[in-house]
Ligand binder design. Sequence first.
Ligand code: ZN
Length: 504
Amino acid sequence: MLWSLFKIILFVVLIGAATMGATYLLETDGGIRIDIGAQEFNLGALQAVIALIVLVIGLWLLLKLAGLVVAVFRFLNGDETAISRHFDRNRERKGYQALAEGMMALASGEERTAITKAARAERYLRRPELTNLITAQAAEMSGDRKKASEVYKRLLADERTRFVGVRGLMKQKLEEGDTDTALKLAQKAFALKPQHAETGDVLLALQATHNDWHGARETLGKKVKYGALPKDVGKRRDAVLALEEAREIFDEGNSIRAREAAIEANKLSPDLVPAAVMAARSYMEQDNPRYAARVLTKAYKVTPHPDLAAAFAEIAPDESADERLKRFKTLTKEHPDSPETKMLLAELHVAAENYEKARDALGDLPYEKPTQRVLTLMAAIERGLEAPDSEVRAWLAKAVKAPRGPQWVCDKCRHIHSDWTPICDNCGAFDTLSWTEPKEGDMRMPGGEKMDALLIGAPDIAPDAEMVVEAEHMEPEDAETPTDTPADVVDVTPEDTTETETKN
Ligand SMILES: [Zn+2]
């Protein structure tokens, strides 16, 4: 502060002296006379100007010297870097100017200028953690991947910039499709910064695509711990991952550990249908039908789903139709108005050859909310009631054109899946599938045509109604493939064909 004031005053004095000198020069005809002590100097006009210039240079040197003296004074007072700083200040000023220009160039999209300025700044500043960042970004922007990856590798050397380097390399590998290397880099980046939300998401997605469910669960746990994910969301996602882990352990042949994992997944999220089914089967294997029934009922309370009913039937595979009807009351008393419950009840009555009651159970569902399953069921009921063949056939004809009813639909991209999966087959989103009625224009899974092929060309040959009932998903031998609902048997509709065509 004082130093600045001193400089300003000196500048003013200097200007004043120069003005006075010039005036004096003009007034004294031919030259000036200077008296120093006893000596006397007589200067001509030119000599006077030269003397003035020498005076100015002398003053400038004096200022520099004063700066140095101040630095030395500071040094003597214990500021060890004062002298080197005094000499570095100039370089620093130039360096930061280049750095600022580089950042400006980067912001305005001039990648080449940014790289040049960053190199200049580096020459003056020797601060690679700053200048490399600009170079890396500029190289990335200009599409110079080689240069960018070179700089990212340089960033790895410094602890402060290591994360940026790893993340940059990870993104490059992802773009190249090298997911194995990207996974390793994502693990490193996440270890450096577990609170970084984007890195956590990338790592989770990569672990999921590599079927590393155990690793994914660990990542998820850390994300929740560091506050990058709300606890309830974390719990639900953990359940989904635990279920996938259980499936994989089961495929590996370790059924005891798989059972434990399935039960854990169900505990984490009791409403997750596939987890409830798997947990119920685990309890059945442990001869614990009471627990199996309990988890299925709990899940059914949230989502009435045919898979839950199918698993519920497996609890007592050898019971009679009447016994089954009685046992199912714990399930059918939930959501009595849900189409799923109505159909379930009707199916149970059909199995008990109680066709009147079956029709009552359906209520106005075949007229109000006709789906393939309801209408096929209706055909079976009419057949059981010994209605004329033409009537049975009329119901089946309607069924062929009816909508399929609720499916596993991705909330994000509306893609329809034939089976539940943790990651959407279409958009890759995690845990976005919900059991709901697809809207018009939703994308159909290509797998749906399997059944079409069986029936194409023979739409007016009505399948035997008894066969339809036999294909019922609640029968024990079919229970393992719960998707074989009657709806799938007559899976051919004109809309189906158009949808498939538009997809291609
Ligand atoms: Zn999707």
